[in-house]
Design a protein around this ligand. Structure first.
Ligand code: IPE
Ligand code: MN
Ligand code: MN
Length: 353
């Protein structure tokens, strides 16, 4: 029982250290890819671009592949080979995240990420960042081919990354075009639209993907884990609501980025809640000020959020969603799966991204 509790609490220091070690090897392999004759300048560019964008986060998604794999196998000891493969899949997710974030920051016109300027804002980078995003994406295929081709689950792995990427990019599309059309009518923002956006843009790649990687590594067929997927997507939805909340209320020092949702006219959980609670006057304030980059307009929106007590609304939602998730997890018949899901749950309810 005590052992299960330790396992359920997730990431041991071991996984973290093992994970960090693999990065330099994968990077070196990318810099020695025989498919391209690198020049000194292109080598230096990729080297710097990888360190800047792949590193610097907390690597929660990546490390959770190893931890999930250990819990599914019911052991804390992995062979060198197993550790390497689990870490490599974890890094593929970190590469995927880097790829999405580099492009997301351009599209959202953001200033900082992980406590430093967004990559496209670095002098001499600019829109070369678009191509860097494409290279980051290509690296995933190169890594998978190099280390997994020949494994019985290779095709499933490729299909998984492709499908999750497609879902995420489609979520990003919804996020962006909703904003666009929204200029005409803020009133059309509601929880149903919000939910669709966040499930696709965040939940699949952040929550389902790491567990699906661990399942494939364990020789499982993903078709048998639809219920697990649903719970993870639900968790991912909560996670993005928290991200929306932190966009406004998080300390930029702590979350490593400066919020842009109000300026960007995003269909954020906060604006949806505000619309549901606002009287006619307050709605008028939102219509006049939401989606403008003028700091005075942003301040008026934030004042209105305060008036409507959205902080308390969020904390109530947080409590309810936690209770719902824990009940769903405990209803799951497989104990190892329960441990995996609980470990995610505990991490997100005490994080800040
Ligand atoms: C980004 O969503 C989702 C992906 C990168 C796929 P957001 O735009 O809300 O995320 P942040 O706040 O910039 O991290
Ligand atoms: Mn963004
Ligand atoms: Mn975005």
């Amino acid at each position: 029982m005590a052992a299960a509790a330790v396992v359920a609490n997730g990431s041991s220091g071991d996984s973290k250290a093992a994970f960090a070690e693999i990065y330099s090897r994968l990077k070196e392999e990318m810099l020695e890819d025989p498919a391209f004759e690198f020049t000194d300048e292109s080598l230096q560019w990729i080297d710097r671009m990888l360190d800047y964008n792949v590193l610097g986060g907390k690597c929660n998604r990546g490390i959770s592949v190893i931890d999930s794999y250990k819990m599914l196998k019911g052991t804390d000891v992995l062979s060198k080979e197993e550790t390497f493969l689990a870490c490599t899949l974890g890094w593929c997710i970190e590469w995927l995240q880097a790829y999405f974030l580099v492009l997301d920051d351009i599209m959202d016109n953001s200033q900082t990420r992980r406590g430093q300027p967004c990559w496209f804002r670095v002098p001499q980078v600019g829109l070369i960042a678009v191509n860097d995003g494409i290279i980051l994406r290509n690296h995933i295929s190169r890594i998978l081919q190099r280390h997994f081709k020949g494994k019985p689950y290779y095709v499933d792995l490729i299909d998984l990354f492709n499908e999750v990427e497609f879902k995420t990019a489609s979520g990003q599309l919804l996020d962006l075009i909703t904003t666009h059309e929204g200029e005409k009518d803020l009133m059309k923002y509601n929880l149903t639209i919000h939910r669709r956006i966040v499930q696709y843009k965040t939940a699949y790649y952040s929550f389902y993907l790491p567990v699906a990687c661990a399942l494939l590594l364990s020789g499982e067929n993903l078709d048998n884990f639809g219920d697990v997927k649903n719970i993870l997507v639900e968790m991912g939805t909560y996670f993005q609501v928290q991200d929306d909340y932190l966009d406004c209320y998080g300390d930029p020092e702590f979350i490593g980025k400066i919020g842009t949702d109000i300026e960007d006219y995003k269909c954020s959980w906060l604006v949806v809640q505000a619309l549901e609670r606002a009287d006619e006057n307050q709605k008028h304030v939102l219509f006049e000020n939401y989606g403008k980059s003028d700091p005075e307009c942003v301040a008026k929106v934030k004042d209105l959020y305060k008036e409507l007590n959205l902080e308390a609304v969020f904390h109530e939602y947080e409590r309810e969603s936690y209770n719902k998730l824990i009940a769903d997890i405990e209803a799951h018949p497989n104990k190892a799966v329960q441990n995996v899901l609980k470990s995610f749950l505990h991490k997100i309810y005490k994080r800040q991204k």
